[in-house]
Design a protein around this ligand. Structure first.
Ligand code: FAD
Length: 689
């Protein structure tokens, strides 16, 4: 080969450039991989149009997710576009991009938006919200989009973020293709709402883009390779790469871990105390105290604690068994597409992923059934699966109403025949990610600065359709119960716990009663002026933040008295509800608080299941105390509601509308408008779920 000097120089320059490029990207990836921003990093830009163009994408799916639900549906939708139409789809979190070039994105964009709080956008979508809400008329006239909002109709501002996005995109001249989809978690129809919306959108896209539909065929976004040996960089279920032995935690000189602790990385918090608050035959409620002193986490009274759970040993075993998987298999995943990120630390093991990162219990979606058809172990099962995945009523009867999780459902369909035909990549990409569960903090940051208390009711009930089957259980609350028993030296073998856990965690990270947690800020705050009257309504575990509020006021008063001040507190009226007297939470604490608050605290209790008594709810008690409640609201009281969003929060709102309407001699519509104004101005706050 005749290479002259010029050729050599050019070639050397090219090699150097490639090396530098690869190195720059890998250094950046290394630096950024912890916050999951791989998509933007690997293309070196946050400019959305540029990333789409550089990666030759012909469809864009964006999501703004608070707890992972919008993300889950966005990913399902993207997968279906790939499987059915072979599109080259980019699915991205709005948090990772800049949108100034949105009008230049050369493809159709599907947007999935969750609503959080008072009709708000998710935390990570603030910039996106800012951009679309300030887009000038006509500035998005090239954009063709469709929109799916995820919300809950029991909240005042149902699908508020989705509606806001729709209003502003349309005002900026963007063209919506198909209808604005709205999922309603309050009615329990999110999955069916999604299915109906996406079927109509897929039909429309088929015409609009002249797409040929193929038989759905799963294409993995990852290269999956099996490894031979465990080493220090193999994750055994550590909640983030920071906890691998090959990493170092970032600490200050005093050994305090610096975080940040959020959805991308939790703090491993010791549980310093836990106890059973009541124990009836069929229900348990656990009080748990987490010590945050080894971290720089600060919380405020009224915030939420996110607990990162793991699946129980029984459910992991059941899942491994139906898919005939070996828990010990070590594997690595590498994205085949630079716009895709691996959703958990890798390399890892099959057992670790199933235990720590996948939501393997919980209801099954019809969408998952339809994408599993291609992997059915034989043609009979395939036909059954295909039929059920198309028939929403039959699916509801045969699967949903029986509280089946995915392993139960597949076992039922195949009569125990293993589903070893399902590739591991499919499971990793189709089973939703495990998400942290949130709890209203029941301590006060004034009285216990670095200890966070949580009050949780254990989710465990007999399967109503299948009384002989295992009970229906929640992941986190049963884990908290297991820890509470272990911590109090109860012999677990002698209990009838429905599920058991690996309490030591990966590489003993959680040994001696620890759990991964982070704090999420909320807007649920006492009025800053302590003389403002306060009405609190919180039945069941809805009492949690109010215990925090009252402890806050007690400590405040003590500090004031110590400092020689004589502050007079406004009236603090708490409406609490429990079934009977056995499940009355923190029963012995309240009289003590009342004594310390010098008469400014009063508690009104409703019982809904006292023997031989009529059912009484907090709403009824509000009406009983109508005059006092009206007077307090008239005197500027702040109103707080916490607990069940479906029945209680609505009932309370209706009762308060009645009280205002009668008290002010106005119509119920006018009173409802007043309540709305109180909500908008922050004088009526809800922490409901
Ligand atoms: P999950 O595993 O999430 O299960 C949820 C429910 O589904 C359970 O009832 C479970 O039995 C049922 N289930 C399981 N499998 C299936 C199936 N296959 N089909 C159908 N159903 C199934 N809770 C509190 O107790 N105290 C609080 O202070 C509190 N504060 C909260 C604050 C906020 C802001 C939010 C959003 C929620 C709050 N919650 C609180 C609720 C809490 O976050 C959890 O949802 C709850 O504890 C259940 O969690 P889990 O992991 O045990 O159940």
């Amino acid at each position: 080969f005749g290479i002259d000097n010029t050729d050599f120089t050019v070639l050397a320059g090219l090699v150097l450039a490639v090396l530098l490029y690869v190195k720059r990207n890998s250094i950046k990836e290394l630096l950024m991989s912890d916050d999951g921003d791989i998509t933007a990093v690997s293309s070196g830009t946050r400019d959305i149009a540029q990333v789409v163009t550089e990666n030759n994408k012909n469809y864009l799916v964006l999501y703004a997710s608070q707890t992972g639900t919008a993300e889950d549906y966005a990913k399902k939708f993207s997968k279906e576009l790939v499987a059915k139409f072979n599109l080259n789809v980019m699915c991205a979190d709005v948090e990772n991009y800049d949108f100034e070039s949105l009008n230049d994105v050369p493809v159709i964009v599907s947007v999935f938006i969750s609503t959080y709080g008072e009709g708000d956008f998710p935390d990570g979508a603030i910039q996106f919200e800012d951009f679309i809400c300030n887009a000038e008329a006509g500035s998005l006239s090239n954009l063709r989009y469709n929109l799916f909002g995820l919300g809950n109709s029991t909240y005042e501002f149902f699908n508020g973020a989705g509606k806001k996005a729709e209003k502003h995109l349309s005002a900026a001249g963007a063209t919506r293709l198909g209808k604005f989809g709205e999922a309603d978690d309050g009615a329990g129809t999110t999955d069916e709402d999604y299915m109906a919306w996406k079927d109509s959108i897929l039909e429309l896209l088929k015409d609009e883009l002249h797409l040929d539909e193929q038989e759905a065929k799963f294409t993995s976004q990852f290269q999956y390779s099996v490894l031979e040996e465990i080493n220090d960089s193999v994750s055994l279920g550590e909640p983030s790469p920071h906890y691998l032995p090959s990493h170092e935690l970032s600490c200050n000189a005093d050994g305090i871990q610096l975080g940040p602790f959020d959805l991308s990385q939790p703090f491993i918090a010791p549980i310093v105390k836990s106890r059973e608050l009541f124990s009836s035959n069929d229900r348990n409620c656990i009080h748990t105290e987490f010590d945050l002193s080894g971290s720089n986490i600060k919380y405020s009274t009224g915030d939420h604690l996110a607990i990162w759970p793991s699946n129980s040993l029984e459910k992991v075993e059941q899942f491994l068994s139906i898919f005939n998987l070996d828990a010990e298999t070590i594997f690595d995943l590498k994205p085949l597409d630079p716009t895709v990120e691996v959703p958990f630390p890798t390399p890892t093991t099959v057992g670790a992923v199933i235990k720590h990162y996948l939501e393997i219990t919980g209801p099954v979606s019809r969408q998952l059934f339809s994408s599993l058809v291609q992997f059915a172990p034989n043609s009979d099962i395939k036909d059954k699966l295909a039929l059920l995945s198309k028939d929403k009523d039959q699916f509801a009867v045969e699967i949903t109403s029986k509280y089946f999780n995915i392993a139960d459902a597949l076992h039922y369909l195949s009569d125990g025949v293993k589903w070893d035909t399902v590739p591991m990549q499919f499971l990793l990409e189709s089973i939703p990610q495990m998400t942290p569960r949130y709890y209203s903090i029941s301590s006060s940051s004034l009285s216990e600065k670095q200890t966070v208390h949580v009050t949780s009711i254990v989710e465990n009930f007999p399967n109503p359709e299948l009384p002989d089957a295992a009970p229906v259980v929640g992941v986190t609350t049963n884990l908290l119960r297991n820890i509470q028993l272990a911590q109090n030296n109860v012999n677990i073998a002698e209990t009838n716990l429905p599920v058991h856990y690996d309490l030591n965690g990966p590489r003993n990270l959680l040994a001696k009663h620890k759990l991964p947690v982070h704090v999420r800020r909320s807007n649920f705050r006492l009025p800053s002026n302590p003389s403002t009257p306060v009405i609190m309504i919180g039945p069941g575990t809805g009492i949690a933040p109010f215990r925090g509020f009252i402890r806050e006021r007690v400590t405040f008063l003590e500090l004031q008295k110590k400092g020689g001040s004589n502050v007079s507190l406004g009236k603090h009226l708490l409406f609490y509800g429990s079934r009977n007297t056995d499940d009355f939470l923190y029963q012995d604490e309240w009289p003590e608080y009342a004594k310390k608050l010098d008469g400014s605290f009063e508690m009104v209790v409703a019982h809904s299941r006292l023997p031989n008594s009529k059912k009484v709810y907090v709403q009824d008690k509000l009406i009983d105390c109508e005059d006092q409640v009206f007077e307090m609201i008239n005197n500027g009281a702040f109103i707080y509601v916490c607990g069940d969003a479906k029945g209680m929060a609505k009932g309370v709102s209706t009762a308060l509308v009645g009280i205002l309407s009668r008290g002010k001699s106005i119509s119920t519509d006018e009173a409802a408008e007043l309540i709305k104004m109180l909500k908008t101005s922050g004088r009526y706050q809800e922490d409901v779920w």
